[in-house]
Design a protein around this ligand. Structure first.
Ligand code: MN
Length: 371
């Protein structure tokens, strides 16, 4: 039997919760007073309840519903931690979905397709200005990455296995036909749709070219990732397989616009790994989609709206898993010339030991000079 009861006022001060909140938590069974006076109905708390009250306050601060808070409070130790982690994974997923929706709304609501305040410079035709760089790094003996930046195409491939270098190179080469204006010509009434179709067709060609090379590898371990952006003249077509990445720098913020087709990413989505656990996981490079034997290879494809000033980055995991996103963002936001930006990014990976081949391509969407 507890001897020292504290009043609701004293308990509120000790726990940082308001009396009103304490009465609510009592009614909902989240935090029930140790004793309620049978005569006057006054609530009394035991000093040992302060710890739980502080936990409740923190979980509320995190944005948890009272139902979730109650579940965490009643769960045994490790189970409680799992509840909090699952909550946070859900919250991050919801936040990512809301971010995409907000970007979409911004696009739709920007008057007359103009950027910034109405009355700014009119939006003229845009062109792509880009640069690419690939280096072996400090640990690997050869470079199995392939990267390309041209007048309308941007591509990166990260080859693996005995035939990794030719596989990556063949995948990028299979996209080269897209550099000609004719590639989009068949669907002249809708060059965006035509561009996306042409990019999909080229990914199918790339898959066949890689299969051909992989057949010569007795171990069956040869394959590649492939991520590409194609400028249609008004939009960007995106196709992606594997764990190379595409990012967009817009208004100073960096957004990853591809999903890693990795096993650890699926585990994070399922709430079974946290993002930091995934980043340190020994199987973090295991791909669930790639151009490789017995592996699903359907690309994610999408048409993206662009805005003047948008900057795109394609990179292999030799950059994204070595250099922190904030440092990548800083380089992209401050180094104006694409050629210097890719040089600086590769340098950063090099400074961190460059354990893998590192490749990147940067493209700016800039207004074309008036003729
Ligand atoms: Mn790699």
């Amino acid at each position: 039997m507890e001897s020292e009861w504290v009043t609701i006022g004293a308990f509120a001060r000790a726990s940082g919760l308001s009396q009103k909140a304490l009465r609510l938590y009592d009614r909902l069974g989240v935090l029930v007073p140790a004793r309620v006076d049978p005569v006057n109905g006054y609530r009394h708390y035991a000093p040992r309840q302060v710890e739980r009250a502080r936990l409740v306050a923190r979980l509320r601060q995190l944005g948890m519903s009272l139902a979730d808070v109650r579940r965490v409070c009643e769960a045994p130790g490790a189970e409680a931690a799992r509840e909090v982690r699952d909550f946070w994974v859900r919250a991050e997923a919801e936040s990512a979905a809301r971010r995409d929706l907000a970007a979409l709304l911004l696009d739709h609501l920007t008057p007359g397709g103009r950027i910034g305040p109405v009355g700014g410079p009119p939006r003229g035709p845009l062109g792509m200005r880009c640069a690419a760089l690939s280096e072996t790094g400090r640990v690997r003996e050869s470079n199995q990455d392939a990267v390309y930046a041209g007048s309308r195409l941007l591509a990166v491939a990260d080859g693996f296995g005995a035939g990794g270098a030719p596989a990556g190179a063949a995948a990028v080469e299979a996209l080269m036909g897209l550099e000609s204006a004719k590639a989009l010509g068949d669907a002249a009434d809708d060059p965006d749709r035509g561009g996306l179709d042409a990019l999909r067709d080229s990914f199918a060609l790339a898959r066949r070219a890689v299969d051909e090379i992989a057949r010569g590898d007795g171990t069956g371990g040869t394959g590649t990732t492939l991520t590409a952006l194609l400028w249609t003249g008004s939009r960007l077509a995106l196709a992606h397989v594997g764990d190379s990445r595409a990012y967009l720098l817009r208004d100073g913020g960096l957004f990853q616009i591809t999903e890693d087709h990795t096993w650890v990413r699926l585990m994070v989505d399922a709430g079974r790994l946290t993002p930091p656990e995934a980043a340190a996981h020994p199987q973090r490079a295991a791909l669930v989609r790639a151009f490789a034997r017995d592996t699903e290879s359907t690309p994610d494809t999408r048409l993206r709206e662009v805005r003047p000033g948008d900057r795109y980055l394609l990179c292999s995991d030799g950059l994204s898993s070595v250099v922190a996103a904030e440092r990548i963002r800083h380089v992209l936001a401050t180094v104006t010339e694409p050629g210097r930006a890719v040089g600086r990014l590769v340098e950063l990976a090099d400074g961190l030991g460059a354990p893998d081949n590192v490749s990147c391509a940067v493209a700016d969407l800039t207004p074309l000079q008036a003729a």
